[in-house]
Design a protein around this ligand. Structure first.
Ligand code: APR
Length: 244
């Protein structure tokens, strides 16, 4: 098994070394080793709720305080967490390769904390708050927030600056991710169950545009059968070996 992984690591290192433009797409799995629960794994429940029941515009309209309590809890976990060797390895690759674009589905901000300079945050950030009345967005890293649900200076209700189930991605953010992947010759897909669209369409897009696709995941996903190489294991162990 170790020999097999070593072979695959050597192969992917070679692809990285020759890449004109490498991209990485990360999901909740890369932050799991920082102690942040994934969405669909064990620990994805809060009280008795699944993420899909709370991260929706309908849930927020019904009970903004409940949704904010969940986000306040998650912000607390992230505030107490540290970026792990997987995040740091991606920041190291970015500083070493001629062109590297990091695209993340995560809203935790740990890539930035690890030193990644300009991650494309497809699903926004839990550290941003947006007004449901005047649409103004601002950063707020206080944990816990002093008052739930928080309100804007204009009196409107603030919501987390994230993309919920059933909502579209910010057009410019999606455009940037799409264009990056279309021009990439290598895409690393890391710690994502590859079931949430449109993020999950980036790997097929990369392949259709002629890029190699490598999956780094602790388990199997719907993408596994369609990649050029699979590195099975923990992102926090595999990525540092890849970046060596
Ligand atoms: N290393 C590598 N992979 C891991 C690790 C790890 N340490 N731990 C878990 N994984 C893998 C799991 O096998 C799984 O495939 O990470 C994936 C996590 O999947 P999800 O919890 O579904 O997270 P993600 O794919 O990021 O979810 C996508 O859905 O809930 C919404 O908007 C939310 O951005 C999120 C999106």
């Amino acid at each position: 098994m170790e020999a097999e992984i070593q072979d695959s690591l050597d192969r992917v290192r070679g692809w990285l070394a020759g890449a004109r433009h490498a991209c990485a797409l990360t999901g909740a799995g890369i932050s799991a080793e920082s102690g942040i629960p994934t969405f669909r794994g064990a620990g994805g429940l809060w009280r008795q709720f699944r993420a899909e029941e709370l991260a929706t515009p309908q849930a927020f309209a019904r009970d903004p305080r409940l949704v904010w309590e969940w986000y306040d809890w998650r912000r607390g976990i992230v505030a107490g967490a540290r970026a792990n060797p997987g995040h740091h390895a991606l920041a190291a690759l970015e500083s070493r390769l001629p062109r590297f674009t990091l695209i993340t589905q995560n809203v935790d901000g740990l890539h930035r904390r690890a030193g990644s300079r300009n991650p494309i945050e497809l699903h926004g950030s839990i550290w941003k708050l947006r007004c449901t009345r005047c649409s103004r967005e601002h950063g707020d890293d206080r944990v816990p927030l002093p008052h739930l649900p928080p309100h804007c200076d204009c009196g409107g209700l603030l919501r987390p600056g994230v993309v919920w189930f059933g909502e579209g991605l910010e057009p410019e953010v999606w455009h940037n991710a799409h264009e990056a992947v279309r021009s990439a010759d290598l895409l690393l897909v890391i710690g994502t169950s590859a079931v949430v669209y449109p993020a999950a369409s980036l790997a097929p897009l990369a392949r259709a545009s002629g890029a190699r696709v490598v999956e780094i995941n602790a388990g199997e996903t719907p993408l596994t059968a369609a990649v050029d190489c699979t590195l099975r294991g923990l992102a926090g162990e595999i990525l540092p070996r890849l970046a060596q």
